[in-house]
Design a protein around this ligand. Structure first.
Ligand code: URA
Ligand code: SF4
Length: 218
């Protein structure tokens, strides 16, 4: 299936609002022994960094805990902040189309972000905000234990890999994260691909690399 088939689909239907009462605020909550459900509850009330002040909803992440790979983006945008789910805006629909091209439905992939709350005006998250949020993502990765990680965009790749190299320098080879090491493939952010569709071919190479590493898809 060719990359030129990646087209935007119509907006997905909004999911019903969660009726659950939020758990108490717990700024000193320790993620070390939390399961995914508890971790989500901790994140939804997290006040560890100033980004909590502007959020409508924290965006913990979605997907099965048995997902073969995990996609990590930068942080929620306006639509994600409103819905409480990652990658549900325009960029998300392109991401979905990329998964379809790989033969992998979105709901079989675990999707999360470097920061769980939306930075004002979609600015890059600041180093202190990333550092405050890192423990949530670290535990999330530990619990899902994917076979590989796909880092989308410069902010995700640099923070995950503790690197200041450009995206162009980071993509094209397999990196590793954590211990025991998980392979990390770096690719373009779908929002960038919407502006620069000529790079979809390179993104497709990255996805094929990811598929080889995880054995996902046809
Ligand atoms: N961009 C991201 O990096 N993450 C999202 O969840 C949405 C857009
Ligand atoms: Fe907490 Fe992360 Fe949200 Fe900051 S961005 S308040 S650390 S969940």
């Amino acid at each position: 299936m060719g990359v030129t088939r990646w087209v935007l689909k119509s907006a997905q239907q909004a999911l019903p609002e969660e009726a659950e009462e939020p758990v108490r605020d717990a700024p000193d909550a320790d993620p070390a022994h939390a399961d995914l459900d508890t971790l989500r509850q901790m994140v939804e009330v997290c006040t560890r960094c100033p980004l909590h002040r502007g959020r409508r909803r924290a965006v913990f992440g979605t997907g099965p805990r048995t997902a073969p790979f995990m996609v990590i983006g930068e942080g929620p945008g306006a639509q994600e902040d409103a819905r409480g789910e990652p990658f549900v805006g325009r960029a998300g629909r392109l991401l979905d189309a990329m998964f379809v091209a790989m033969g992998v439905p979105r709901d079989s992939v675990y999707i999360a972000n470097i920061v769980k709350c939306r930075p004002p005006n979609n600015r890059d998250p600041r180093p202190d905000e990333v550092a405050s949020c890192a423990g949530w993502l670290r535990r999330q990765i530990e619990l899902v234990r994917p076979r590989a990680i796909l880092a989308v965009g410069r902010v995700a790749a640099q923070n995950l890999l503790s690197s200041s190299l450009s995206l162009g320098r980071l993509r094209g080879r397999v990196h590793s994260y954590g211990s025991p090491p998980l392979p990390v493939v770096v690719t373009y952010h779908p929002a960038y691909l919407l502006r620069s569709p000529h790079d979809k071919g390179k993104a497709w190479q990255d996805l094929k690399r990811l598929r080889e590493l995880t054995g996902s898809g046809p």
